[in-house]
Design a protein around this ligand. Structure first.
Ligand SMILES: [Zn+2]
Length: 107
């Protein structure tokens, strides 16, 4: 699955925020869903995985879906009100840098 460029509005709101846009249709009415947090030491084979969904929390040691190959990662799932598609926003560390990217959800 190839990452897509995410668009965040060029203009700040009055509160100093920016809107996240859908990578499929550029719509800005998005809804947050499942959240997955991955934590591990550098290059460690396992670590902590916390999944938050539907008013429930699950914790395990499975880092299979960690967007970072070497360190910590965070993935937030979104649904788009405009195109009814889904996408995943990843925030992850790699070699001392932090990246933000988006992937389209499985169809
Ligand atoms: Zn959309």
């Amino acid at each position: 699955m190839k990452n897509k460029v995410i668009r965040i509005s060029d203009e700040f709101t009055g509160e100093g925020e920016k809107l996240l846009h859908c990578p499929r249709c550029d719509g800005s009415y998005t809804h947050q869903g499942e959240v997955n947090v991955f934590e591990r030491g550098e290059d460690a084979d396992d670590g902590t995985h916390v999944r938050v969904l539907d008013n429930d929390v699950k914790i395990d040691r499975n880092l299979t879906d960690n967007p970072s190959r070497r360190r910590h990662g965070l993935t937030i799932a979104f649904d788009c009100e405009s195109c009814e598609g889904g996408f995943l926003l990843d925030i992850y560390q790699h070699k001392g840098n932090t990246f933000i990217s988006a992937r389209l959800s499985e169809e």
